[in-house]
Design a protein around this ligand. Structure first.
Ligand SMILES: NC(=O)c1ccc[n+]([C@@H]2O[C@H](COP(=O)([O-])OP(=O)(O)OC[C@H]3O[C@@H](n4cnc5c(N)ncnc54)[C@H](OP(=O)(O)O)[C@@H]3O)[C@@H](O)[C@H]2O)c1
Length: 228
């Protein structure tokens, strides 16, 4: 078993909503990152929507060939001390380079990704993993991240749907929440975990690891996920 330990680290309102902009007035600058640094991650991973909002180019990649790549070997452009990882089923995200805030970029895609998308990644020295036939197979991807990049602790940093995907796949080992003193209350806003299938009707059980009262009335809460 070579998959990394996966810690879901999120900034949240008291009602579990994760719109960082709405929570800005009650969040101390740099606090989320300062707390994340204490978790000892050697990589962080985000869903396509979050990557699109905060890190990728505005315009999506448009395939000229529209030819699905099918199964592919892992492409290791280089090894690094820390990694930024995107989960992007169809290869929509366009990147300027293989570095994101100083971390080497790894793109996790499905076999439906177009061949010319993978070609673009290789040209830019961006590493990639193709896992899953129609959707990204998160379990296989996690395994390959450990095997090929030696990632030991992976910080799962949202948004809600990718967190829900990892949770449903039984891949979340710990939850680290920075709860700031604010209530959002809007129905349409993403929550810490979203989109878990209806048949998973029993809540995932957690064991409290620590609670740390931070400046500005924030709480940093760490829970270990209890395996059934
Ligand atoms: N407060 C915080 O700490 C924090 C942190 C991060 C983000 N956010 C906020 O969260 C919001 C975005 O959250 P979101 O839930 O809408 O999007 P998200 O989780 O960032 O991205 C979801 C997308 O990831 C892709 N994906 C690939 N494989 C998946 C899988 N197995 N399961 C689930 N998704 C998969 C899907 O897009 P494709 O099918 O196209 O691949 C899916 O639509 C933004 O407002 C962002 O600012 C807050």
């Amino acid at each position: 078993m070579t998959r990394p330990r996966i810690i879901c680290h999120m900034l949240s309102s008291v009602d579990g909503k994760i719109d960082g902009k709405a929570l800005q007035p009650m969040t101390r600058k740099g606090e989320y990152e300062a707390v994340a640094a204490k978790l000892g991650g050697d990589a962080w991973i985000c869903g396509r929507t979050t990557m699109q909002q905060h890190f990728a180019e505005a315009e999506p990649f448009v395939s000229k060939l529209q030819k699905p790549a099918g199964p592919q070997p892992v492409f290791v452009a280089r090894l690094a001390r820390s990694y930024a990882i995107s989960v992007d089923t169809l290869g929509k995200l366009r990147w300027l380079s293989g570095d994101l805030d100083g971390d080497h970029l790894i793109c996790v895609v499905s076999e439906r990704v177009p061949t010319d998308y993978l070609e673009m990644l290789r040209e830019k020295n961006i590493s990639y993993i193709v896992a899953g036939e129609s959707d990204v197979d998160l379990r296989q991807a996690a395994q390959l991240l450990g095997e090929h990049f030696d990632i030991r602790t992976l910080l799962l940093e949202g948004g809600g749907h990718i967190n829900g995907g990892f949770l449903q796949a039984g891949l979340v080992d710990e939850v680290s929440l920075l709860v700031v003193p604010g209530i959002d209350g809007r129905h349409e806003i993403a929550a810490v975990f979203d989109g878990v299938a209806a048949e998973h009707h029993t809540a995932v059980s957690l064991k409290l690891k620590s609670v740390d009262q931070r400046e500005g009335d924030a709480l940093w809460i760490r829970y270990e996920v209890v395996r059934p």
